[in-house]
Design a protein around this ligand. Structure first.
Ligand code: FAQ
Length: 328
């Protein structure tokens, strides 16, 4: 369904060496215009393939690294019910990474190479996971607002042109909607709780506000890839449109709970477009270039994991080993 290939470096080179051909390109773009899905064996322009690999790979890394801030709270969840829900959610996020790596593999980049590019810092992952989860309220904010933001983005991307990515996203969105429910429940519980709980939530919200604005990427004016991605229907909404949809859906919910957002300029314009203060795009650039509060720690954990579990992957990938068909 999502592809399950592990291409050798040689095979990957062949897949990546597609030469552009004007006639093929025109036919490809006509298919996109007709709303057809592009599948792994179909001809596609090299740039389409490269852009998809970049985007799906970053998305896969985000799911895996995204499991870390919440993962650290599993042992500290305030009660058994919350602990169970958090374990299930973190497990789902790792599963999403698995689906997305499989979708990216169908385009010819091996999983090993993707993991190496994550660890070397060559590949990016979402800015939001480079911030600490200092208190239990951070888990409520991640579950409600980071998941909420991810759903806005993923529902849109799931209508895109590349079949394996869209199918992976459809399944991811089903699971994310459960995550959102648990995040919302946790968020409302703290927002309507004791003064200590409300203050803790407000403090977390103040810290997450700007990273959440950054989550949808730079403004359309500064986005490097949107034009091409939207032309080929990989992205069906611009960064600013997605950010606006998110603010539209979530700001009223936050304010209704008596919480505030740390931005005196934030308001919905008469045209339905949200206006907000400068979200410090320099901070965004620093964080996605490896200089955020937790970048080093996140990659260190992944490096440890890669080293400690390398033997499992090597055992599974040994081409001389044959799987034994179970007798029953
Ligand atoms: N963080 O030209 P654009 C989740 C980079 S999943 C880091 O506008 P594009 C689930 C961008 O890569 C979260 N880097 O880029 C969960 C590019 O750099 P490059 C992840 C960012 O691709 C929840 C440069 O800036 N979701 O949260 C970010 O057209 C809870 C220029 O930007 C996805 O990956 C950023 N936020 O639009 C897990 C969805 N934004 O590559 C656990 C798929 C931009 O040239 C717990 N991705 N950059 O070096 C997308 O929809 C798009 O890639 C955008 C960016 C919209 C993120």
């Amino acid at each position: 369904m999502y592809g399950n290939t592990s291409l050798t470096a040689e095979e990957a080179k062949i897949v990546n060496s597609t030469v552009e051909d004007p006639e093929k390109l025109a036919e490809f773009e006509a298919r996109i215009t007709r709303g057809e899905k592009i599948e792994p064996g179909d001809w596609m322009p090299d740039q389409y393939r490269k852009q998809l690999i970049r985007m799906i790979e970053q998305h896969a890394h985000s799911e895996i690294v995204g499991a870390l801030p919440e993962g650290t709270w599993i042992t500290r969840a305030p009660n058994f019910r919350r602990k169970l829900a958090l374990i299930a959610k973190v497990q789902d996020e790792v599963g999403h990474g698995q689906l997305l790596y499989s979708a990216a593999e169908t385009l010819g980049k091996t999983r090993e190479q993707m993991l190496m590019d994550l660890l070397s810092g060559k590949s990016k992952y979402s800015n939001v996971f480079n911030y600490p989860a200092n208190t239990w309220a951070d888990i409520a904010v991640i579950g409600f607002l980071v998941d909420g933001a991810a759903i806005v983005n993923q529902v849109i991307n799931s209508k895109g042109s590349y079949g394996p990515y869209c199918r992976a996203l459809e399944r991811i969105c089903y699971e994310e909607s459960f995550h959102l429910k648990q995040g919302h429940d946790n968020f409302v519980y703290l927002a309507t709780g004791t003064k200590v709980q409300r203050d803790m939530l407000q403090e977390a919200l103040n810290r997450w506000y700007r990273p959440l604005l950054h989550f949808f990427g730079p403004s359309d004016r500064d986005s490097q890839h949107s034009e091409k991605l939207m032309k080929w229907k990989v992205k069906l909404a611009s960064n600013d449109d997605m950010r606006n949809q998110f603010l539209d859906q979530y700001v009223p919910k936050i304010l209704e709970l008596g919480l505030t957002l740390p931005d005196p300029e934030l308001r919905r314009g008469d045209d339905g477009i949200w206006v907000f203060g400068d979200p410090d795009w320099d901070e965004f650039k620093r964080v996605i270039s490896g200089d955020g509060p937790c970048n080093a720690e996140r990659l260190e954990v992944r490096r440890y994991s890669e080293l400690a579990h390398r033997w499992v992957r090597e055992a599974l990938m040994n081409p001389k080993e044959k799987y034994v068909t179970p007798l029953a």
